[in-house]
Ligand binder design. Sequence first.
Ligand SMILES: Nc1ncnc2c1ncn2[C@@H]1O[C@H](COP(=O)(O)OP(=O)(O)OP(=O)(O)O)[C@@H](O)[C@H]1O
Length: 721
Amino acid sequence: MNAPNTVRFTPQGLIPTAEQTAIQLAQNKVVLIDANAGAAKTTTLALRIGEALARGLAPEQILALTFTPEAREVLRRRLLEVGVARAMVERIAVLSFDDFSAWMMDLVDGDDVRQCHDTRTLKNYALQAMDAAGERYAGRVDGLELHTHSLALSQFLDVQLNLKATMALDSDVEFMGPEEAAEVLGVPVSDYVATLEYERLRLDGGAGAVFRGPFDATYDLACNLHEGGRLAEQFPDYRLVLCDELHDLNEAAFRILEALIDRPQCFFVGAGDKDQVIHAKLGASAEYLNRRFGERYPKLQRYPLTQTYRHGPHLAYAMAEFKQKQIESQLPLRTEIEQAHYGSAAACAQLAVAAVRQWKADGYDIDGCAILIRDRHQSMAIENALIDADIDYRTPPMAGYLQRDEILFLRGLLAIALKDFGAVKSEQVRTAIVDALVAFSEMKFSPRSMDNFKQQILKSPDLLGELFLIEDERRDGVVASYRDVASEATKRAVIGALAWLSTVDPATPAATVLTELCERVQLTATARRIFVRAYDAGVINKSIASLLEAAAASGQSLAEFWRAVNAREAFIRRKRDRKSVLIECAANAKGKEFDHVILPFLQDGEFPHPLQPKREEENLFYVAATRARVRLTLLSPSESAQRSSFIAQMRLPKSSAAAEAALGRNERAPVAAPASRHYLTAGFHDKDQVKALGAKFDIARRAWYVESDTNLEAFAAWLKK
Ligand SMILES: Nc1ncnc2c1ncn2[C@@H]1O[C@H](COP(=O)(O)OP(=O)(O)OP(=O)(O)O)[C@@H](O)[C@H]1O
C-alpha cells in the first residue's frame, strides 16, 4: 500500500513541479489556487483528478465545473493530455455551471423548458414583461418610464441578468414598495418592476420555468438551494468538486458551490486568475477569490503556482509590466513579440496575412496560428485577405462573416432579386438566410409557419421571394400597437427595396447597389431596433461598412459580386479538413493557447473599446496576449497617436531587456530528466500474468505499466513496438 502522500498518478508529457504535486496531493477540504495566465491551473486540476482516479475514486463521483463551454472543452482536453483514459474522461461530469444547473433543475421542472440563447427571442419576452409592468404599476409607482426602444430593452436585459447573477433579486425586499426596493438594489425602478414581471412570466407565476435565457438555470438552482429547496439532497454523491476559471464566479454560482462543498464527504479545488475577470456584467468579481471564499471557509488552504509554462520570459515580463504584477517564466523559450503598423483596415489584414506567411516560412504549422479579434466585425477584412492569399482558415460554426445575420439578410435580398437562391449550396446557410430575412424585415411569424416555410424552401429555393407574400400573424382581437407601426414600415421598405432591386442591371457596380440597398431597407435604423444592445448594433453597422468597403475595393459588378460571395463560401466549406489558421474572438479564447497569436486592429476606438469598462478591456487584452506560446504579433496603426494604449503599457523596451537576462539564466539551468514508465499493451486477459511479474495498474489510464528501471525482458510480449 502506498503512503497517503506519495503520488500515484504520473502524467504523460510533463514533469509536475513541486507546487503542482503539492496540489495534486492536497488533502484539505477547500483548496484555492490564484495564479497567472498559463501558470498551469487547468493542468493542475487535471492532475488532481488523475490522482483521485488513481486512488480509486469512481469518475462519477467527480464534478468539474467551468463557466463557459470553451473552458469546459479545455479542461476535457487537458485531462486527455495528462493521460487520463478517454473512457474515464467521458464518465466524469465536466460541465458548465449552466449545464449542471439545468440538469439539476430538470429534476423539478421536467425537461421541456425552452432554452433561449439569442437576444432577439429574449427581447420578445422583455416586451411582454414591459407591457405587464405597465398594466400592473402604471399610476401606482412614481418615476415609472417603460420605454421599449432597443436601448431601453438592452439596459433592461442587462439589469435583470445582473440582479439575478448577483442574487440581488432574491434579497430581502419583500415588504418594501417597488421604489424603495429599486433604490436599495441600485437600479431604475422601471427595470426593477419589469424584472419582476419578466420573472413572473418566465416562472409561470411560480408554477415552474417556462423558458430560460443564458444563466437562468444557474439562478434558478441557486434560488432553489437558498430557499430551503431540497435539491441538494438529490445531487449525485460527488466526493471531489473542481472549478476552473474561478475569476468568472458570481454570487449565484458561488451559492451552488457552497451547497456542493457543504456536503460532508466533498473536497473542493478551485483555480482562477483575478486579472482575467471579463464578465462583470454577469456579476463576476475577483472578490470571491480575494475574500469571500476565505470568510466562508476559514480553514481553506491557498496553494501557489508561481511560474507560467505557456511562454518564455519575453511575454511573461511584458505582461508583468502590463498588469504591474509578478510573473515569472523559467522556460528556455524565446517568445517573440513582433510589431507591425498599418494605414488602413485592408492594410492591417495584409499584415495579418504576412505574419501567417512568415510563420509558415519559419517552418511552423499554420494550425498553431490564431488571429484573435476584439470584435466579430473585424474579421471581414481578414477573411477576405486570407482567401485572396489562398490561406485556409477556420472560424467557430456559422461565425464567418458571410454567415452573420446582417450579411445573410443582404444575401437573401440579392438572391430574390437575381432569382438565384440555388447558388447558396448549404442547407444550414439557406435556413439561416430565411431567419435573417424575417428578423431584419421585422416580420411576425409563429415558429410553426417559419418551420413550414423553411421546409418548402429547402426543396424549392426559388420560392424564397414568396416569403414577403405571407401575411403577418396576429393573435385574434389584438390591436396593432405603436410598436407594430415601426416594424410594418420596415417590412414595406424591404418589399419596396426588392422591387427596386429587381429592376437594377446586374452589371451595375456592386458597391453602388449595396449602398443604396442598405439605405432603402433602413438597415442602420432597423439594426438599432432589433439588436438590443447599442454595442451589438454598432458591431452590425461596422460589419455592413466593411462589406461596402470590400465591394468597392473589388470593383465587381453586382452579378460578379454575388458569384464571388458564393464561391468564397464554397472555398471555406471545402477546405475545412486541411490545416488552417483560426479566427476567434478574444473573449472566447479564454483558457486556450496557441503557438502564434496575432492581435490585429490594436487602435484607438477598437481596443480598448470606448463603450466598455476600462478595467475589463485591460483584462481582455491580458487574456488575448497570454494565449501565445512562441510568438505574439501586434498590429497597430502607423500613426503612433492612434495606437491602442495597451501596447505602451507593456513597456516592451524595458521588459525585453530583463527577459534577455532571464532567458540566459533559463538556458543554463539543468534540465530534469523525465521520469518515465513503460506502459504495456497487456489487456484484460493478461492481467494476472503481468501482475504476477510485478506490473502495476494505472487506473486513470486503464493500462498496466512497469517503472523505467525494471528489467524489461519478462515483459517483451507487451512492450509497445
Ligand atoms: N509541469 C509542467 N511542465 C511543463 N509544462 C507544463 C507543466 N504544467 C503545465 N504545463 C503547460 O503549461 C501550459 C499552460 O497550462 P494551463 O492551460 O493549465 O494553464 P492555465 O493556468 O490554466 O492557463 P489560463 O490562465 O490561460 O487558463 C500548457 O501548455 C501545459 O501543458
